[in-house]
Design a protein around this ligand. Structure first.
Ligand code: NAP
Ligand code: ZN
Ligand code: ZN
Length: 346
């Protein structure tokens, strides 16, 4: 076995702390990475706190992983030692169902294997990127361009693909009015992609202090959602709302901001179910939909698009030991716009 070290939550009630554990040996189709940087997603916090469902503990979070290949199995074709590489939210899937065959491994009909808080086909729990190394089947490892700053590339592996995928699926672009609800890790990537795809982008935020930064990200308009006059001014005006909010919020209020036939796309995952009144939908034939991360081919497409268009995340680098303080700031919406852990500080 490979000896690994990382930070783990031993239970849903304890903070993350140093933890030594084992990874599997590198198999014929496996790639071993030295993890250099790992982004901090709000899903990490949801999962170590059992916000969604009881987790598998000890839990090593982290699914925005970038690093350097240090070992490859005999049959690995796509990678060699010293290549830059990334791992996102998935490390395996059934590979045989219709969705897997279509490159939609995130919707695997037989249940995919998440990078952490999951169990591999061998029944062993998976451990994520808040650690020094990881071993993953080459099919679930992504190529990372050396054109982009590596640390700022890490958040593309979750925040990037989770916003890129729905905007591509709904073909959001020129002529569309897109609202991005919540300007955090996902939201700021949604703004960057929305602008790059040619949409007219409005940020809907609870934080007046983020206006200047939102404009610097390329947003065309900024609306403070606690101000009824500002909300009234954008009623019935959006083709799409990309909802990245991590906590409870009033869906009926936001649905009133959509045009007739508009679509509200849920990517944020609060712990409680939404309460939606039918009138909010039928008055204007509105749709509520959702989108989960992205499959492997689209994740590579997104990374290549970012390399070509010079798109990365705006990050604040932290030391591993400061993770709990970073979570506290994330809960207050005080992130500009993604914390990334420098694994050299582990
Ligand atoms: P984040 O960085 O904490 O951003 C969330 C933003 O939501 C905050 O910055 C804040 O923006 C806004 N917000 C927070 N509480 C709010 C409230 N009560 N009402 C209205 N707005 C509020 O989190 P993230 O990493 O971007 O993740 C966002 C959500 O997406 C999480 O629930 C996460 O689990 C989920 N997620 C889903 C997928 C998927 O596959 N669908 C993938 C990754 C993450 P303002 O200050 O601008 O209001
Ligand atoms: Zn994530
Ligand atoms: Zn499948």
């Amino acid at each position: 076995m490979i000896q690994a070290k990382g930070y783990a939550a031993q239970t849903a009630e304890t903070d993350l702390a140093p933890w030594d554990f084992e990874r599997r040996e590198v198999g014929p189709h496996d790639v071993q990475l030295e993890i250099l940087f790992c982004g901090v997603c709000h899903s990490d916090l949801h999962q170590i706190k059992n916000d969604w469902f009881p987790g598998i503990f000890p839990m090593v979070p982290g699914h925005e992983i970038v690093g350097k290949v240090i070992q490859v199995g005999d049959h690995v074709k796509k990678f060699k030692a010293d290549d830059l590489a990334g791992v996102g939210c998935l490390v395996d899937s059934c590979r045989t169902c219709d969705n897997c065959k279509d490159g939609l491994e995130q919707y695997c009909l037989n249940g995919n294997v998440q990078t952490y808080n999951g169990k591999g086909k061998d029944g062993v729990p998976t451990y994520g990127g808040y650690s020094n190394t990881i071993v993953v089947h080459e099919d679930f490892v992504l190529h990372i361009s050396d054109k982009l700053p590596l640390a700022a590339t890490a958040p593309l592996l979750c925040a990037g693909i989770t916003t890129y995928s729905p905007l591509r699926y709904w073909k959001v672009g020129k002529g569309h009015k897109l609202a991005v609800l919540g300007l955090g890790g996902l939201g700021h990537m949604g703004v960057k992609f929305g602008v790059a795809f040619g949409a007219d982008v409005t940020v809907l935020s609870t934080s007046p202090s983020k206006e200047e930064a939102a404009k610097a990200l390329g947003a065309h308009h900024f609306v403070v959602t606690s101000d009824p006059a500002q909300l009234e001014a954008v009623k019935g005006s959006f083709d799409f709302i990309l909802d990245t909010v991590s906590a409870e919020h009033d869906m009926n209020l936001y649905l009133s901001l959509l045009k007739t036939n508009g679509t509200h796309i849920c990517v944020g995952v609060p712990s409680e179910a939404y309460a939606i009144h039918p009138f909010s939908l039928l008055a204007g034939r509105k749709s509520v939909s959702g989108s989960g991360i992205g499959g492997l081919p689209e994740t590579q497409e997104m990374l290549d698009y970012c390399a070509e268009h010079n798109i990365v995340s705006d990050i604040e680098m932290i030391d591993m030991k400061d993770i709990t303080a970073a979570y506290d700031r994330m809960l207050k919406g005080d992130v500009r716009y993604r914390f990334v852990i420098d694994m050299a500080t582990l």
